[in-house]
Design a protein around this ligand. Structure first.
Ligand code: HAM
Length: 435
């Protein structure tokens, strides 16, 4: 026997059943994907799918060389001719914009897009943090005004309500202003950090010049007082930025979306300006951020297109589903409606024809395969979670009937003509099956 090969650390298999250290199942994942597709459709966003591998330069230019994501966490390799550096995508925004610019989609006017798929970051794995994780992302491209910011935030709030986790998620909001405002704030911040250099830790000292805003994001408890007293970006915002931010807040108030302003919220990717936001929970331990996003008006131009306003967000599917599984209300349809059992010469073809008829009218049918006693088959039917067992034994074969047994016991057991059974089960499915 060959040695077993294991999955790569931090990259999970999604199985029909929960695992000891990874509780999500493929069933809840599928139900979530279905819910997401319907949700995006309700908001009239259209789907985009891009490759998982891109040229490394795309991420360097868009996310920023000094960020942790690009500087430390990307899976990067040379293509076989060595000339081209490729990376597994660490997020979806850069790829989405690369595709939009490459195919000139904005020529047809603004685009409201969404995507879903695996992303890769070489972080230290723990609950809620993986090296292959999944995002659902939304990008509104070609929109300069804050109604688009309000819409994408409202989309999140709508989804949380639908998934039954609204009360476990809190919105944090900040405004990063424009390039000049950030530069003025940055200059003041560097001076302030230099004045406090003696107490900075190594990470903060390193970031002080490369990415001083990120110092404000430090989790080091010793630095919190220093960070709290640091110059605040909000005090450097000009009139236009201030009034846009005020308008966004009043739109959120009109939509009954609660938020907390967090002047220290800077996000870990370099492309943001003006609005940034995060949805966090206190139910997932250290990996508290379930969704993050904001405005990135300079990115289309940075990637070779015409300058235009853009805003979007991405949620971490694993984190969100851990929350939904524990506190939410996403119904997954794992069990079949009918477990079809059979015994006796000639029963296979009849059972298969009947399964086909039932599936055609919308039922999920588990067709028993192999030769086992009806008793053994009934055990499997019980274990499958099916609502009904449908039995074709010798008597049923002779009489063209079928026996239906309600495995919950509610509707008992009845033998009837096969066509009646199809009709009855179809009726049950339309009236009760989707509850
Ligand atoms: P991000 O904040 O880097 O933003 O990631 C979005 C979400 O992905 C996070 O809030 C988190 O839930 C999830 N996530 C990130 N890293 C991991 C990980 N290692 N394991 C599990 N989940 C993770 C972006 O990626 C931006 N592209 C969002 C955006 C879209 N901004 C504008 N448009």
């Amino acid at each position: 026997m060959g040695q077993k090969i294991q999955a790569v650390k931090g990259m999970n298999d999604l199985l029909p059943v929960a695992q000891k250290d990874f509780k999500l199942t493929a069933d809840i994942w599928q139900a979530f994907e279905d819910a997401i597709t319907a949700w995006a459709r309700r908001f009239a966003y259209r789907q985009i799918r891009t490759p998982i591998v891109e040229q490394t330069g795309l991420f360097v230019r868009s996310i920023g060389e000094e960020t942790d994501v690009v500087g430390k966490e990307m899976y990067t390799f040379s293509d076989s001719n060595d000339a081209l550096s490729l990376s597994l995508r660490p997020e979806g925004t850069a790829s989405c914009l690369r595709a939009v610019v490459e195919h000139n989609l904005l020529y047809n006017g603004p685009q409201k897009l969404w995507y879903m798929g695996p992303m890769f970051r070489r972080e230290r794995p723990q609950k809620g943090r993986y090296r292959q994780f999944h995002q659902v992302g939304v990008e509104a491209l070609g929109f300069d005004s804050v109604d688009a910011d309000a819409e994408v935030i409202a989309m999140c709030a709508d989804l949380w309500q639908q998934l039954g986790i609204g009360e476990h998620l809190a919105l944090e909001l900040n405004c990063l202003g424009n390039r000049e405002e950030r530069a003025a704030h940055r200059a003041a911040l560097v001076v302030y950090l230099q004045q406090n250099e003696a107490i900075l830790d190594d990470d903060s000292r390193r970031r002080m010049h490369t990415n001083p805003l990120r110092v404000l994001d430090t989790k080091n408890p010793v630095l919190q007082d220093m960070v709290n007293a640091a110059p605040k970006l909000i005090d450097y915002l000009g009139e236009t930025s201030q009034s846009n931010y005020t308008e966004l807040k009043s739109l959120l108030a009109a939509l009954d979306i609660e938020y907390t302003e967090n002047p220290r919220l800077v996000r870990g990717l370099d492309y943001y300006n003006h609005t940034v936001f995060e949805w966090t929970t206190d139910k997932l331990g250290a990996q508290a951020t379930v969704c993050g996003g904001g405005r990135y008006d300079g990115l289309v131009e940075e990637l070779g297109g015409k300058s235009t306003g853009c805003v979007g967000f991405a949620m971490g599917v694993e984190r969100l589903l851990l929350l939904v599984q524990e506190y939410g209300c996403l119904k997954s349809e794992a069990a079949p409606d009918v477990y079809l059992m059979r015994q006796g010469n000639g029963s296979t073809a009849v059972a298969m024809q009947l399964s086909e008829q039932l599936r055609r009218v919308g039922l999920s049918v588990y067709q028993h395969c192999g030769t086992q006693s009806l008793k053994a088959q009934m055990k499997k039917a019980d274990a499958s979670g099916a609502r009904f067992a449908a039995i074709i034994g010798d008597d049923e074969l002779t009489n063209n009937t079928i026996t239906l047994k309600d495995l919950t016991g509610q509707l008992g057991q009845h033998t009837m003509p096969q066509s009646d059974a199809v009709h009855l089960l179809q009726q049950w499915k339309t009236t009760n099956g989707c509850e």
